[in-house]
Each structure stands twice: as structure tokens, then as C-alpha cells.
Ligand binder design. Structure first.
Ligand SMILES: O=C(O)CCC(=O)C(=O)O
Length: 255
């Protein structure tokens, strides 16, 4: 490994074994404050493009846009074009070098997926079942990396992430998945996986990199404040989106 590699041998091995890597306090307080200010302003206006909880359609979500809580924002979409503060983070040279080290080649930021600020509100911020991000992505190889930046403290109480370490390497039978490619909760083999789930506790400025095949989930927000996380996805330069798929429908940024 070159002496100027941004990640240690142990960090690369941890990512390969576990499917994720936590990078504490990677983003400065000032950069987080800039992104938080924009997020709060855009949330206050529900500045388009956004996705509302009623549109996500998860269990417990408001039934329609016009029902109580229906217009609770779940995602501020297109973070990349939304504001320069998100753009600067998404194209940060140190981050790009880490991702290149993990993927073994130069990386592209894919604007087709994530590319958002995920927000989880008290009362109406719904839980997300166990899934792999690759389930609705179409690339030559299942080897993308999602990059999750916490702008707040993230705990199980406010809907923080849970990961099943090593699950990016598991082969899953079709009958373990439901129609939307979530692990079916009533299946015994899945229950044996769920007990391996690890809570991911994050502080503002912490970043977690996770493999697109890693099973992850998150709970409801039982706290009193909105939780905000900036999330982008990256592919290796040679890992092309499949022609005609949604993954090929947006611009890619070569870093
Ligand atoms: O915050 C959550 O509920 C998890 C979001 C997530 O995993 C996703 O959108 O892929």
C-alpha cells in the first residue's frame, strides 16, 4: 500500500470484512454547520425536489400527502445541485482518495442514487426495513459505496442506522426477500441475521462508508428533533451503470 494512502491496512481490512467503515469526525464543525444551515432552510420551505414520507410508503407512514404528517420531508433530493456546501463535501479530495483505495480505481459520484439529505422527523419519520442499497441499483458489479455523513447525533432513539456486519458477502435466497427486496421479518433464517445487527452511533461530522451489498435498517425517530444526514453513492470508474436503467439516467462525476 503506498505510504500516502489515506486509509490504513487495518481500515481497508475492516471495510472488506465488515462491509462498512466508520470515520469519526471526518468533516469539520464549520462544514457541518454550513450544511445544517442549508438543510434547515430548505426543509422549512420543503424546497423541491423533495420526497415526502407519504411517498416513501413505509409501514406507519401517512397514507397520503393530505393526511396528517403526509408532507413531512423524508429526503431533500439532488443535494449535489442543491447547494455548494453539499457539492464540496461530495467531491472532497480526501474522501475520493479513500473511496479509490477501497474500490481499487478512480471513482465516480453517481447522481442517480442517494444524492440527498435524508431527514427523519419525530412523529412521522418512519423506520426502514433490512435491505441492501444495490436492490434498486443496476451496475455491472455490486461494489458501490454509500457515504453517510451525520449532521446530528445518530442513535437508536432517533432512528440511527443498524448494520449486519459481513452481510455484503452473503448469498440470500429469493424467498428470504419480500416484493420490495426487504428481508422478510417472519423468516427464521432472517431472524438469525437480525440478531447480528449492530447499532451505528454517530456524532456530527462522523462518516460511515458502507458497501452496496450490506444489509442495513433504521428505526423511527423517537426523539424531539429532526435528524439530518447527507448521503451520496460512488462507483468504481469501470463499474458502469447498465444501459437503459435508472442508474444510467443521471450524470456521473468523475473524481
Ligand atoms: O434512515 C433510514 O431510515 C435508512 C435509509 C436507508 O437506508 C436508505 O434510504 O437506503
Amino acid at each position: 500500500m503506498p505510504s500516502n494512502a489515506p486509509l490504513s491496512v487495518a481500515q481497508v481490512a475492516a471495510f472488506e470484512n465488515n462491509g462498512y467503515l466508520l470515520l469519526p469526525r471526518l468533516v469539520s464543525v464549520a462544514d457541518c454547520a454550513a450544511m445544517t444551515a442549508v438543510t434547515s432552510a430548505h426543509l422549512a420551505q420543503a424546497l423541491p425536489p423533495v420526497e415526502f414520507e407519504a411517498e416513501v410508503g413505509y409501514a406507519g407512514a401517512p397514507q397520503s400527502l393530505d393526511s396528517v404528517g403526509g408532507r413531512t420531508v423524508r429526503r431533500l433530493r439532488d443535494a449535489f445541485h442543491r447547494h455548494k456546501s453539499y457539492r464540496a463535501w461530495a467531491t472532497n479530495a480526501q474522501l475520493a482518495a479513500m473511496l479509490a483505495q477501497l474500490l481499487g480505481e478512480r471513482v465516480c459520484l453517481t447522481l442517480a442514487h442517494h444524492n440527498c439529505v435524508m431527514t427523519k422527523h419525530p412523529d412521522f419519520g418512519t423506520a426502514t426495513g433490512w435491505h441492501r442499497d444495490i436492490r434498486y441499483w443496476s451496475f455491472a458489479r455490486n461494489a458501490l459505496i454509500s457515504v453517510w455523513l451525520a449532521l446530528d447525533h445518530e442513535t437508536q432513539n432517533n432512528g440511527g442506522l443498524r448494520f449486519i456486519p459481513g452481510s455484503h458477502r452473503l448469498t440470500i435466497k429469493p424467498e428470504q426477500m419480500d416484493a420490495l427486496d426487504f428481508l422478510r421479518p417472519e423468516v427464521a433464517e432472517n431472524q438469525a441475521l437480525f440478531v447480528q445487527g449492530q447499532d451505528v452511533q454517530l456524532q456530527p461530522g462522523d462518516v460511515v462508508l458502507f458497501h452496496s451489498g450490506l444489509f442495513h435498517a433504521a428505526g423511527r425517530n423517537n426523539g424531539t428533533a429532526v435528524k439530518q444526514s447527507v448521503v451520496f453513492a460512488y462507483r468504481g470508474h469501470s463499474n458502469l451503470p447498465l444501459p437503459g436503467s435508472r442508474s444510467a439516467a443521471s450524470e456521473d462525476i468523475l473524481l
